[in-house]
Design a protein around this ligand. Sequence first.
Ligand code: ZN
Length: 225
Amino acid sequence: MKFENEIENLDSVGDNHIGTSSETPMRKDAFKLSDKEKIEIIKDDVRHIMETLGLDLTDDSLNGTPNRVAKMFVNEIFSGLNPKLKPSASTFQNKYKYGEMLVEKNITVYSTCEHHLLPIVGKAHVAYISNGTVVGLSKMNRIVDYFAKRPQVQERLTIQIVKELQNVLNTPDVACVIDAKHLCVNSRGIRDIESSTVTSEFGGLFKEKSVRREFLDYIKLDTKF
Ligand SMILES: [Zn+2]
């Protein structure tokens, strides 16, 4: 009975999209296998799922799917689990003495809900106030992309982006807002096509109302190019 309750609890944690920690829960032996070995194992697992569903994998259209999905998991959509692929932390000195807020907005987010393994699609807006160190603009996009390429919970993704930039820039004054659609909500379950989820993390000076307001006002700017 206790066991059944635990399973029910775990189900409701997932269905309600509750994250449990700001670190991605990883096993200690996560990198004992090479990527090639992982692809081979996952390939068999995907084949097993498809066969269990009753699909005929001798069909030309389905034959390559297990291998394709395995490669996509390891090399693409979950490649951000590998710390070796974290964007390098090259920073520059702020020679032009720009001391205002820098906002990189509308960064595309493609991630995967860790509760249903369905896509999360949206935009991230990231800001920081330099204390003398700056990063290349594309670095912010790369950091978002790196943490997005994991099974994720949107709250955790938001926090991981902020923590990483705080680390790289050596300042607490970093903020991130993510507005994203979860296909597990839009296409199944409650099937709400219109809803999206907004999460935010405000570090250091961004906890101050006026600074936070400024950031949110920049995000609202609808620039036409
Ligand atoms: Zn989900």
